[in-house]
Design a protein around this ligand. Sequence first.
Ligand SMILES: *[C@@H]1O[C@H](CO)[C@@H](O)[C@H](O)[C@H]1NC(C)=O
Ligand SMILES: *[C@@H]1O[C@H](CO)[C@@H](O)[C@H](O)[C@H]1NC(C)=O
Ligand SMILES: *[C@@H]1O[C@H](CO)[C@@H](O)[C@H](O)[C@H]1NC(C)=O
Length: 340
Amino acid sequence: MGVPLKLMPILVSFFVLVIGASQATSRLLHEYDEAAMVEEHEKWMATYGRVYKDDAEKAKRFQIFKKNFEYIESFNKAGTKTYSLSINRFADMTNEEFRARNGYKPFTSSKSASFRYENVTDVPSSLDWREEGAVTPVKNQGDCGCCWAFSAVAATEGVHQLKTGELISLSEQELVDCDTDEDRGCEGGLMDSAFSFIIKNHGLTTESHYPYLGIDGSCSANEEHPPAATIKSYEDVPENNESALLKAVANQPVSVAIDAGGQDFAFYSSGVFTGECGTHLDHGATAVGYGISEDGIKYWLVKNSWGVDWGEDGYIRMQRDIHDVQGLCGIAMNASYPIA
Ligand SMILES: *[C@@H]1O[C@H](CO)[C@@H](O)[C@H](O)[C@H]1NC(C)=O
Ligand SMILES: *[C@@H]1O[C@H](CO)[C@@H](O)[C@H](O)[C@H]1NC(C)=O
Ligand SMILES: *[C@@H]1O[C@H](CO)[C@@H](O)[C@H](O)[C@H]1NC(C)=O
């Protein structure tokens, strides 16, 4: 028995529909991609609470988003690197805009010569200061270019914990508002100048006493923010020497300046970061450990201040002991640490 006759027209029209649909699909694929991209952008805007002032701005931002999206997709698809990228809150910025917001700026210059860890020989093969309770949760500097404050605070929190056994989250906003002789709040600064300020100021107050606002504010009266942790001095790690940096990080969390301006750094998501990056130092972060990955790559464990959404829960593992003496992204160029 064949197909009942009365079904024939239905089948015919079904085939017509299928053929028609597949033609439509191939024609629509391109448009669908664009529509899907628009949807991705909308979803991203909702996630990051982004609002644009008008349609023109939105259209412009959409094009940038799309370009970044495609770059990240093709990077991950190629799978040729030891790290992967992901869309994050920088996704609608051009690389120029992203670079411009980094706030490591050496307005002053003085380097200490003494290096107390010079003769250290007992260096474990891996170390994670988080496991020793010397690292507070990852913070988020937002749109304020005060990475220098977050870096100096993380190093100070670390050394304070190592000395006293107490982990206290300290105030970046106090540095942003009050450390204005050499540093410039959201417009940038230097970790060493922040350490100098902390010494002069007889310490820093807690995060909860002087919470982070992410804008340049005026320094409130001293009695409103009693110091909770202090340092005696600070030292610079001998420059361009990753083994000196290792000796320092083996002893405490260390402030590091890096070139974080690259596209891959912006969208880093996981794995051991091996570059692309240069040595134009534009960002302050904190080395809080080191180790060797499962695939045998030595890395620095670096705490960033771009929130927990970025990187590996707010951290990046950066390749260690590279051929260039400056270290990857210049990590060995201008490292320093406070002394409690
Ligand atoms: C390193 O820091 C010093 C100040 O301590 C500064 O003079 C120098 O310009 C910095 N180097 C780079 C490459 O930023
Ligand atoms: C390291 O050892 C040398 C040689 O014994 C000594 O002169 C130097 O002061 C030591 N450095 C530190 C920081 O202890
Ligand atoms: C690097 O630092 C280590 C440790 O302080 C030191 O022994 C070594 O001589 C330095 N290397 C260079 C090339 O300066």
